[in-house]
Structures are given as C-alpha cells and as structure tokens.
Design a protein around this ligand. Structure first.
Ligand SMILES: *Cc1c(COP(=O)(O)O)cnc(C)c1O
Length: 817
C-alpha cells in the first residue's frame, strides 16, 4: 500500500496553497502571521486534498454498490486531526520539510490545534478509533454524529475545586478540517400531532410536526492509512429555518409557536457532560431524535440515489447504534417506511429488523436509558404509537414462548409499567436489532447472564461479543514516534496495520541491548511529560521515579478513591514506619467529573489538596509526588500514555464494560495493576500472569460479599494501615485550619456503605503495588515485562474489532480504490 499522495505530493504547490490561505482565507500576511494563522492555513491546505478524495470516494460506483456500515453515535471523541491525518496521508515528513522552508516548525504548529472534544470518554473515543480502522481497512462507511457548538467542558482548578468553562473548539476562525455540505441538509420535525386520513380507501396515519429545524451536515475526513480512501464523519448542526416561527403564528397555532421560538441552535449547542449516567432531559431527547432523523434520512437518500430499492436496504446498509443514544432511529425508520413510503407494517419491520445492530456499553443501572412515555408522546407522538405497536407484537412473541408467564412480559416489555410509564431504550434496541454486542468477553457474558437472560433464550445467537480496540496509528505510531521507530527497526514497518506482528519483538524481550533501547525511549517520554508538568504546573519531577498513572473519567466505579487510599498509605508509612522502603513514585491523575456529580468533584478536590501537601512536605523528600493534570483530553493522553510505567485499571469487578485506556497504556509498555474486570481479563490472557498485576475481588466474590452483607467497618477496624490512611481524611492534615474538608470520601466509604468495595480490595491492592515496587528495582526484569506488554497486545487493535464486526455482524467487504 503506497500512498498516492506520497507519490504525487507537490511541495511547491502545497506551499503556494498554504500562502494563499494565509492571505485569502485568514487575511494576514507572510510577515505578520502568528503560529496559529500558519496552523490554520496549513490545515486548510491539507483539508483541500482530503476533501477531493472524500468526494471521489463518495462518487465511486464500486462503493455505492457495496454494503456500507453507518456508525451512529452521539459522541465522537476524535482529538486533533492534523498530525494523524498527515500520517495517514503518508506526507508527514514532506509537510514538515515544506513548512520548515516557510520558517515554521511542524511540531509547534500541531500544538496550535484545539482538540475537538465531541465526546465524554471511552464510548466517544471508541467511535473515533472505529472510524479510523474502517477507513484504514477500506470498509465503506459513514460516521454520523452531532456538530456540538461546545464540546466537553474545559476543566481547571480553583483552590483545588474543579471549574468548568465552555469549550468553543472551533475558535473564531472555524476548524480547518470540516467542510459544510449544505446540499445535504435535512429538515427535522418535533412536537405537533398525528392525524388519520384516507388514501385509496385505506386509513393512514401521518405526523404533523409543530416545529421544524434544519440539520446542516459538516463532514470531517477520515483518511484511510496510506490510501486515497477518505470516508466522512458527518456531524449534524441544528439551525433555525428562517423565518422560523412565522407559519405557526399565521396558523393561529399559538402554543406550537412557543416551541419554535426556542432557538433552534440550542439543540446542538452543547454536549451533555455525563459519562455513564443518563438524565432524562427534554433537550437531550431532542438531540437524540435530531441525530437519528437526520442520519436515517441521509442513509435513505444515499441508498435511493444509488438506485437501490427500499426492500434491499439491509443488503446495502447496516446501521450500528453506539449504545442506546440513537435508539429512536428504529421507530423513525419504521415511520418513514410506513407513513412516507407507504409500506405495510410487516414489510417495513422485515427491513428494519435486519438493518440495525446495537452495542451495549454498560450494565450500570443509572446508565441504562429510560425515557418518560409522556415526554416521547409530546415530542414525537407518531414514534410513540410505533413503539406501542412494536411492543404489542413483541409481547405476543413473549406470550407464545412463555404462555401465561406474566412476570416475563412485565420484565421484557419495552414499556416499564408504573405511575410514570417509561420506555426502556435497551429493550427496544434488542427487539429491533439483528445483533447485539457487548464490548469485552466478560461484559458480553454478563449481558447474556444478568442483563438480558430472557432475550438470550428468545433470540439465540443474537447476543454476541466484540472486544473493543484502539487504533495503533494514533495510540502508538503518532503518540510515541521513538518507540515506533525502534519497533520498525526490529520488525519492519507493517505493524501499524498488522498489529499482531508486534509479537515479533517478544524475541528481543530478554536482550540487554533492546531492553536498554526500549527503556531509553520510555525515559525520553517521561522527560517529555515531566517538562510539560514543570512548564504548565510548576512541579519538578524525578524521571527515575515510577510513573503511576490513572487517567479516565472520574467515577466511583473506576475507584480513583482507592488509588487515593494507596497514596495515603504510602504517605503514612513514609512518615511513621522507619522500616518502610519504596522506590520514588509519581502518581498522576487526569480526569473530568460530570458537573453535577458531587462525590466525583470531592475526590478531585481531595487529590489536589493531598498533592499540595505531599509535594511540599520536606519529610518525604522526593519519594512521593502527586500530580493532577487538568483538562484530560485526547491530546494530553497522547503525552501521558507513552510516559507511563504503571497503568491503573482498578474498577470494581463487573463494573467497567471494557476500558480502552488499559489497552493504550499496555501497548505503550506500561504494566497494568488491575482487577478482573472488562478487557483487563483479556489483556491478562494475552500478556500472561507474569506481566500484569491482578488484585481484588472477582465478580462472583463481589456478589457473594454483597449477599452476605458487606460491612466496610469490618475492614476499617481490622486493618491498621487502612484505618490510618482513611483517618488522614478526617483531620486538617491536607486542609490546614479547616479540618474535615475531605471527609466526604471518608463518609462514603464507611457510613455510606462503600458501594464499590474499595475497603474490601484495599489490602490486595497495596500488596500488588508492593510487588510492582519490588519489581521496579530489577531494571532488566521490568524492561522485559514492559516489552512483553507492547509485544503481546496486538489483539487490541481496533482493526481486529472491526474485522470481528465485519465477519460476525455486518458481513461486508472491503472496497479498494
Ligand atoms: C481512551 C480515553 C478514554 C477512555 O479511558 P478508560 O480508561 O477506558 O475509561 C477517555 N478519555 C480519553 C481522552 C481517552 O483517550
């Protein structure tokens, strides 16, 4: 695979284009332009190249006649595009030289790009990795998402407390990698009512929305690795249809006009900042329907423009629902087929139920979406009718399978009965999809056994597993260029598309020279991170220390507070146990808390206060440092991950569906300390017991302990180190003059019942850390384990995940251009 761009990259032409954009697009001059203007001009010049390929891909007859996957996700956490696209386009070096001749350093220019943070965490990042892998392997695809004006909030700290500010990621000049597609705009309705009318002697139903908005698509290019294939990530922006409320007023429809007075731009104004937690707000449901309706219409438009019949939709299009957020696509497609395309119910259902597939991302009850029936009724009256009909026919199936079993009907029904009737989106997805998958082997088993056991009986084979993955282009080749170079020297340069080949570096794991080279790269990456921390946070770090990192959304189930207890235990022992020895250690956190998540914010505050004290405590010297890096996002992950020695993956067993941070860190040579949860289980299978530090209760042990009555005080009272560590949170050790300011965590872990079993796992967690500490002294032994981690996690390439989807679910073929 050689890039055509590489072959045809015309440096002079490119430089002319950059200069033209500097003048004509960004209205500055060669002499006056600052770095940011240069970045914008360069980005725009590059985007021109990918836009050409995007349009060629779009019009390619082979692709129009092949089956495509439509990846529907409310979130795409894509991160910066420029560096990655340069690698995929195969012109990184050429562009670096071209810019150098214009007096600009490429690395500096890349730092000018603001992350498009259009997602919360793992779920959105997965969607981005999947788009990269789909394009890299040339599977026809369109990603459908929302064009939020503000992405995930920016995080800063004020006296240790999280402060959120809006993320205007496009800046005032706009984002160079996106291109508006006004020709593909759609109109989307809300509210209104449903009416019955007669046509050809038949009674029909139609929805008359009370409010209509415009969906404007913006395409971002997803560049195939070293190929000319460019598929779109299509993000819908909500715009008002001007003059937007006039007609409703003229109709005398005063009440409906109120709805249209809501600024239509509100719908995609801001990303909801909750990770693994749903709050049934009207605007969120509007976002979901807006996204679904625009995407379904666009899919049907492409399908019909290619000259295919509606009945053949499942042959040409598959629609993957990333969690239940786009579920309303299912009744929306039914509505269009029945009300607009005049199909019979059964024919429409035959199409629909062969087109959708659904990915479940969580078992956490608070994250399973349910919507008020009354809200759907008001916002989408025709969809509610269709959902009732789907449920009516489905419950008939349930009765046939389990005659007389009312309990089964109650449990499986798409409608949850009660004072406020609710629509269970996951049930609707399972009923309306041809395949359902969990995201790691263990999670998928729990989906079958605990979440949907009856569905697994009713629809044998429908519930499957596809273990998540990460793109090795961004998460090794781009973010860790020195390690990439070292690997390529040893095993050639095909590994970015054939990650299993990394296995070949295992041959060198015991070779002293290679160990040294590998650890030198790690050292350089640690230095790069330490420099960042010194420049941005004014903390000086010892790069010989163990770099112990926990970077992920802040959530009780992820147990950052268990990590805090470990820090407190080390601090306590350094101060009070003269026999205690440990390697110098820096514990890094990076995490955003949902703005309404009280305890998560208290944990952030506690880490910051503890860090303030420990980092300046002369009694412990440089033995222990704690660094909370603000504003966790893709571009900072790209700096932290290559520098990590220890990867903290310490969720309560059964709570983390997969995790993908665990994969990124292992790929970059960090050793995992983790529970038997999510993909940790499979990472252990791959790297072997000797190269991972597993601790804590397993799923069935957690369940057992729950059943037998878990009492955190039992652990508190019987483990003096645990007690001493927890008690540090009570006084004023970390909040001088203000005792008790950190006690929210203490209270949650004791009186609050410790819902995530931190105290139960504390002892084995500390032991696992002690074993790592001991291992770190053996430099060669550590190096061997780190190398084996990189060598043996090829399975976790998102290319493999996509192949699993293709072979077991989507059944599509690659199309080479
Ligand atoms: C990979 C990634 C995540 C997911 O991390 P987990 O440890 O799997 O929760 C979240 N945010 C960002 C920015 C990431 O890059």
């Amino acid at each position: 695979m050689k890039s055509k761009q590489t072959g045809s990259f015309d440096k002079v032409l490119f430089q002319e284009s950059v200069k033209k954009h500097l003048y004509a697009t960004y209205a500055t001059t060669f002499e006056k332009a600052d770095k940011h203007a240069w970045f914008l001009a360069m980005g725009t010049a590059l985007a021109e190249l990918t836009t050409c390929d995007l349009l060629c891909t779009e019009h390619d007859e082979k692709i129009r006649n092949a089956k495509s996957v439509n990846y529907l996700s409310l979130e795409f956490l894509i991160g910066r595009l420029t560096g990655n696209n340069l690698i995929s386009m195969g012109v990184y070096q050429q562009v670096a030289e071209a810019m150098e001749e214009l007096g600009q350093n490429l690395t500096d220019l890349l730092e000018e790009e603001r992350d498009p943070s259009l997602g919360n965490g793992g779920l959105g990042r997965l969607a981005a990795c999947f788009m990269d892998s789909l394009a890299a392997q040339e599977f026809p695809t369109v990603g459908y998402g929302l064009h939020y004006e503000y992405g995930l909030f920016k995080q800063s700290f004020d006296h240790g407390h999280q402060v959120e500010t809006p993320d205007a990621w496009r800046g005032v000049e706009g984002y160079p990698w996106e291109i508006a597609r006004p020709d593909l705009a759609q109109e989307i309705g809300f509210y209104g009512h449903v009416e019955t009318y007669q046509e050809n002697g038949k009674e029909k139903r139609r929805w008359l929305p009370g409010m209509t908005v415009k969906a404007m698509p913006w395409d971002m290019p997803i560049v195939g690795y070293e190929s000319n294939t460019v598929y779109p990530l299509r993000l819908w922006e909500c715009q008002a249809i001007a003059p937007f409320s006039l007609e409703s007023f003229n109709n005398g429809n005063y009440f409906e006009a109120q709805h249209s007075l809501i600024d239509a731009g509100n719908i995609t104004k801001v990303l909801y900042p909750n990770d693994n937690h749903e709050k049934g707000k009207t605007l969120r449901l509007m976002q979901q329907y807006f996204h679904s309706a625009a995407s379904i219409r666009d899919i049907l438009r492409r399908h019909e423009e290619a000259g295919h019949t509606l009945a053949s939709l499942p042959k040409y299009e598959t629609i993957q629902l990333n969690d239940t957020h786009p579920t309303v696509s299912i009744p929306e497609l039914m509505r269009i087929l029945i009300d607009e395309k005049e199909m019979e119910w059964d024919d429409a259902w035959a199409i629909c139920s062969k087109t959708f597939a659904y990915t479940n991302h969580t078992l956490l009850p608070e994250a399973l979406e349910t919507w008020d029936e009354s809200l759907i009724q008001r916002l989408l009256p025709r969809h509610m009718e269709i959902i009732y009909q789907i449920n009516y026919l489905f419950l008939k199936e349930v009765r046939e399978k389990w005659p007389g079993d009312v309990e089964k009907q109650r449990k499986l029904s798409i409608i949850q009965e009660g004072f406020h009737r609710m629509v269970r989106m996951a049930n609707l997805c399972v009923v309306g999809s041809y395949a359902v998958n969990g995201v790691a082997a263990m999670h998928s088993e729990l989906v079958k056994q605990d979440l949907f056991p009856e569905f697994n009986v009713l629809y044998p084979g429908k519930l499957q597993n596809v273990t998540n993955g990460i793109t090795p282009r961004r998460w090794l080749k781009f973010c860790n260029p020195e390690l990439s170079e070292l690997i390529s020297q040893k095993i050639g340069s095909d590994w970015p598309t054939q990650l299993d080949q990394l296995r070949n570096i295992a041959d060198y794991a015991e070779e002293t020279e290679f160990q040294k080279a590998f650890m030198q790269v790690k050292q350089a990456n640690k230095q790069r991170l330490a420099d960042w921390v010194e420049q941005n946070m004014d903390i000086k770090l010892d790069t010989q220390a163990i770099f112990d990192v926990q970077i992920k959304r802040l959530h009780e189930y992820k147990r950052q507070h268990l990590n805090v207890l470990h820090i407190l235990s080390m601090y306590h022992r350094l101060l009070h146990d003269s026999d205690f020895e440990m390697e110098p250690r820096v514990v890094f956190f990076a995490a955003k808390a949902a703005p309404g998540y009280y305890l998560a914010k208290e944990i952030i505050y506690a880490v910051n206060k503890i860090a303030e004290k420990i980092n300046h405590d002369p009694r412990i010297g440089n033995k222990l440092k704690v660094v909370f890096i603000p504003d966790y996002r893709v571009s900072i992950a790209e700096i932290i991950i290559p520098a990590a020695d220890v990867s903290e993956q310490i969720s309560t067993a059964g709570k983390e569906a997969s995790g993908t941070g665990n994969m990124k860190l292992a790929l970059n040579g960090a050793l995992t300390i983790g529970t038997m949860d999510g993909a940790n289980v499979e990472i252990r299978e791959e790297v072997g017991d000797d190269n991972i530090y597993i601790f804590g209760l397993e799923v069935d042990e957690v369940e057992q302990l729950k059943r037998s009555g878990y009492n955190p005080f039992d652990y508190y009272n019987s483990n003096s180190l645990l007690k001493a560590s927890l008690d540090l949170l009570l006084g004023e050790e970390f909040t001088p003059g203000e005792p008790g300011k950190l006690r929210a965590i203490y209270d949650s872990l004791l009186d609050g019942g410790d819902p995530y079993f931190c105290l139960a796992d504390f002892e084995s967690y500390v032991k696992a850390h002690e074993a790592m500490d001991e291992q770190y002294k053996d430099t060669a032994g550590w190096a061997k384990k780190a190398i084996l981690n990189t060598a043996l996690v090829g399975k976790f390439s998102s290319d493999r995940s996509i192949q699993d989807y293709v072979n077991n679910i989507w059944k599509l073929e690659t199309v080479k251009r």
